[in-house]
Design a protein around this ligand. Structure first.
Ligand SMILES: [Zn+2]
Ligand SMILES: [Zn+2]
Length: 412
């Protein structure tokens, strides 16, 4: 009798991840309960049918991207949920702003805590490198078997050393490696985050006016990259209240940039201010305003200004409008530009005559790094997840066991 493994969703797609590991005694672990990326706004009933909600199970969330936790609200309320301490904070911020409050306690592991027991399983979280903050790989041991789940990862971000270290000193005798394959079969730019910093320095130096930048407030690596480039060029980085909230909740233990740092300001705009006041967070706004700027101060000056659609109206009403001296950089996956939410800020800057730049790198590992990772772990079996091109691109990964969604593999 041994462990069995079911990928409920993710064998043929990116996102919506949900993986079950069953112990011969009947205990179950669910790795991630992700919302499919193409799920319509407001849709519910999205958990895979093959996931049995009778009986109990424990859920482990690898990192705070919605395609890995966004269906937690549909998980039976008596199933315990575990995640990293930083992840738990970011998940609750997103649940609040998307108005889908979680209404459940999350148990948290510490990145230095080492292995812990969940029923008959032993779980070891490994902090890893990804565009999400506080992302983990998970080693699961039980019934004499060892399974490593990569979650989402990369090897070119600010924490790439964590992946290098795991590869150099990898857990032995892995029976199955569940590995993501987002970037297989794509030509997405994969540059080191440090090299992006140099590119931003170049953009900031050659631009006479302000530089508007659109990026995800939860992509902490990118916030650090842009902040460092701003400092190196004598500019001040201006972030919005939402991104300030993210940093405020996680920065205390980490030394990440936050309100009060040099060359760093929070812009207090009426839309976001009203949102926080309405949610009983007036004290937070007051605290941020102490080291903040008003939108009207951004009419000109050596600023790098975070931009998102919800800020446009507040900026315009204060006379903050891009012109030919300014530049705009989109620092997210290009595919998002098909959505007005992301396209509008770019169009707003283009209309004003600003230079349009694209400095970005993927949050996921390059194909060569995926293969190198599998080679370093030397698992008996490789089970592909979180990818669209596994059928064409599985060469170089060792003994690949291709599953369909909902199909169960009993570990040999
Ligand atoms: Zn993902
Ligand atoms: Zn992710």
């Amino acid at each position: 009798m041994t462990l069995s493994l079911t990928v409920h969703r993710g064998t043929q797609q990116i996102g919506g991840s949900c993986i079950e590991i069953r112990h011969p005694e009947g205990s179950r672990l669910i790795l991630d309960a992700g919302r499919p990326l193409d799920a319509p706004e407001g849709a519910s009933g999205l958990l895979p049918d093959s996931l049995d909600r009778g009986g109990s199970a424990t859920v482990l969330i690898s990192h705070p991207h919605q395609d890995h936790w966004g269906l937690l609200g549909e998980i039976p309320s008596d199933w315990p949920v575990w995640t990293g301490a930083g992840s738990a904070k970011l998940i609750s911020i997103t649940a609040d702003v998307t108005r889908r409050p979680l209404n459940r306690e999350m148990r948290t592991w510490d990145s230095r805590s080492g292995p812990f027991a969940v029923g008959p399983f032993t779980v070891t979280p490994y902090l890893t490198d990804h565009s999400a903050f506080d992302a983990y790989m998970l080693l699961v041991e039980g019934a004499g078997k060892r399974l490593l789940y990569t979650g989402d990862f990369r090897r070119h971000g600010r924490k790439s050393v964590l992946v290098d270290r795991l590869m150099a000193n990898s857990p032995r005798d892995i029976d199955a490696l569940l590995i993501e394959g987002t970037n297989l079969g794509t030509n997405k730019p994969v540059k080191r985050e440090e090299d992006l910093e140099t590119d931003f320095v170049g953009l900031f130096q050659r631009t006479k006016g302000r530089v508007f930048v659109a990026w995800s407030g939860q992509n902490i690596d990118r916030t650090v990259t842009i902040y460092r480039a701003a400092k190196r060029t004598g500019r001040t980085l201006v972030i919005d209240l939402y991104t300030a909230d993210v940093l405020d909740r996680i920065a205390s233990e980490t030394g990440l940039p936050h309100a009060g740092f040099p060359n760093f300001k929070v812009v207090v705009t009426s839309g976001l201010k009203n949102y926080y006041v309405k949610n009983g967070r007036e004290d937070f706004v007051t605290r941020m305003a102490k080291d903040g700027v008003s939108a009207s101060a951004l009419v000109n000056g050596p600023y790098v200004i975070m931009l998102r659609r919800t800020l446009l109206r507040d900026f315009e009403s204060k006379g903050v409008v891009p012109d030919a001296n300014d530049a705009f950089n989109f620092s997210m996956w290009r595919g998002y530009l098909s959505d007005a939410h992301h396209a509008n800020p770019l169009e707003w800057c283009r209309k004003g005559g600003a230079e349009i730049a694209y400095i970005h790198t993927s949050g996921h590992a390059a194909p060569t790094d995926l293969r190198a990772f599998a080679a370093a772990i030397k698992p008996k079996l490789v089970v592909p997840v979180h990818g669209m091109k596994w059928d064409e691109e599985s060469a170089g990964f060792g003994d690949v066991r291709r599953l369909g969604d909902g199909q169960t593999l009993v570990l040999p």
